[in-house]
Design a protein around this ligand. Structure first.
Ligand code: NAD
Ligand code: DAU
Length: 399
């Protein structure tokens, strides 16, 4: 039986991962550590923490005494570190918090894992560790910086590699550029958020090199799906459309992101945890590039269709159906230092570990919107508290 320490599991991807592994593996124990910032919501995982295999601990990854006690009290085999400040716009407002949580918090877990797992030294003085342990960092494609956008319109993407054909399956692949992020791409972060994530990646690689700590890093593209906090593009647009509110699109709306359904990211994490070669970095993404403005239009169109077809969903609307149209879109001031394009090359994880995404974008976005329509209680809960204050400060009270 494996015992996991999963940090940040009350947030978007961590919660989805917790649900995913509880369904997939019967013989596991999971210690959840989360300090419940604005982005963490215990309601998201209330059923999961009632599961006899799960123990929830409210606390900070920077708290040395607490993290040490967790390693003393439980026989941790795997650490999966999701805990982070994750929103780029907030990092522009408060960079220090991002450096503290994302770099120092990560280093605190690494150090405690090293001390707890060490069971000797080799003849050169390198630590030796208990068999089967691993630290997995959930990093991001943003550490690689920004790619050039070479085409105004998306072009078809043809894959040469046979092993990559599963990535495509039933989907038409497209791209806006000639280049992609591979694991060999130099790190070139450009926001306080991405620099803090790159900082933590460097610290982890340093622990792997200097102390031979067994680690992996995954670097994934933009996730979407259930339990996504409505400060990020897709859930914010869903929330605003349902309320008939303006949809703020930064700059010219033509920045490109590479979208992956969250459960496909969870699948990749589980595969890397169990089968990833020690010390390796794996990029995760499904060749699903799109411009922000197209995403926003797709959200509008999909919601409109769903509410037209289903009377129950119409009850969720705080506006008339006629108001659900592209007039809701408003181009607003661009994000400072806004990265133009992200695009992941997942060849390594696909060919070495056999990972491929299960959910195409059309189905994923529909599933996601249906989830929001059917889980308004969750949406209202997370949007209480400081959410409105954040929203007014970020977008201005009139938008
Ligand atoms: P999120 O903001 O939704 O959740 C973060 C969680 O971490 C919250 O539950 C929060 O309470 C917790 N947390 C924050 N600071 C903490 C601290 N000091 N101690 C303990 N818990 C703390 O984030 P997310 O979108 O789920 O992202 C999870 C991880 O995945 C992050 O590390 C992020 O960098 C990475 N990532 C995210 C995406 C994406 O598209 N969302 C893509 C690639 C990688
Ligand atoms: O690429 C992975 C990263 O994706 C993760 O590491 C981050 O944690 C996650 O937040 C996400 O970062 P982005 O900045 O790409 O995501 P966000 O949803 O904030 O923005 C997506 C795009 O939409 C980006 O180009 C900015 C734009 N945008 C965003 C918001 C919130 C808008 O145009 N309007 C908005 O209101």
């Amino acid at each position: 039986m494996k015992t996991y320490l999963v940090t940040g599991a009350a947030g978007f991807i961590g919660a989805n991962f917790l649900k995913y592994i509880l369904k997939l593996h019967t013989d596991i124990k999971v210690i959840v550590l989360d300090c419940l910032t604005y982005a963490g919501n215990l309601g998201t995982i209330k059923e999961d923490i009632n599961d006899s295999r799960v123990i929830f601990i409210k606390g900070d990854i920077k708290d040395n005494d607490l993290v040490k006690k967790i390693f003393d009290d439980y026989h941790i085999d795997y650490v999966v570190n999701f805990a982070a400040e994750s929103h780029v716009d907030r990092s522009i407002e408060n960079p220090q918090l991002f450096l503290e949580t994302n770099i120092l918090g990560t280093q605190n877990i690494l150090e405690n894992a090293k001390k707890s797992w060490m069971n000797g030294q080799d003849k050169n003085g390198y630590p030796l560790y208990r068999e089967g342990v691993k630290f997995l960092q959930i990093s991001t494609d943003e550490v690689y910086g920004s790619l050039s956008k070479d085409y105004n319109e998306a072009i078809d993407l043809k894959l040469e590699n046979e092993d990559l054909k599963n990535i495509a399956k039933d989907r038409k692949l497209q791209t806006y550029g000639e280049t992609f992020f591979t694991e060999k791409t130099s790190l070139d972060p450009r926001s306080p958020y991405s620099s803090s994530k790159a900082g933590s990646d460097f610290v982890i690689l340093a622990y792997a090199e200097t102390y031979k700590l067994p680690v992996n890093i995954t670097r994934c593209s933009n996730n979407y799906g259930p339990y996504h906090f409505p400060e990020k593009l897709i859930p914010l647009m869903i929330k605003n459309v349902l309320e008939g509110k303006t949809l703020p699109v930064y700059g010219d709306g033509k920045n490109v992101r590479d979208w992956l359904y969250v459960e496909d990211h969870c699948k990749a994490i589980d595969i890397v945890l169990r089968n990833g070669a020690l010390g390796e970095v794996y990029n995760v993404g499904g060749f699903n590039e799109e411009q922000n403005i197209e995403i926003v239009k797709l959200v509008i169109d999909t919601i409109k269709k769903l509410v037209e077809e289903n009377a129950e969903y119409r009850k969720v609307l705080k506006t008339e159906i006629e108001n659900i149209n592209y007039d809701l879109i408003s181009y607003v001031q661009d994000r400072l230092g806004h990265d133009r394009r992200y695009a992941i090359d997942p060849t390594k994880i696909a060919t070495e570990l056999g990972w491929f995404p299960e959910t195409n974008f059309e189905n994923g976005i529909k599933k996601t919107i249906v989830w929001y329509l059917e889980n308004q209680e969750w949406c209202n809960e997370v949007a209480s508290g400081d959410y409105q204050k954040y929203y007014d400060k970020m977008y201005g009270e009139n938008i």
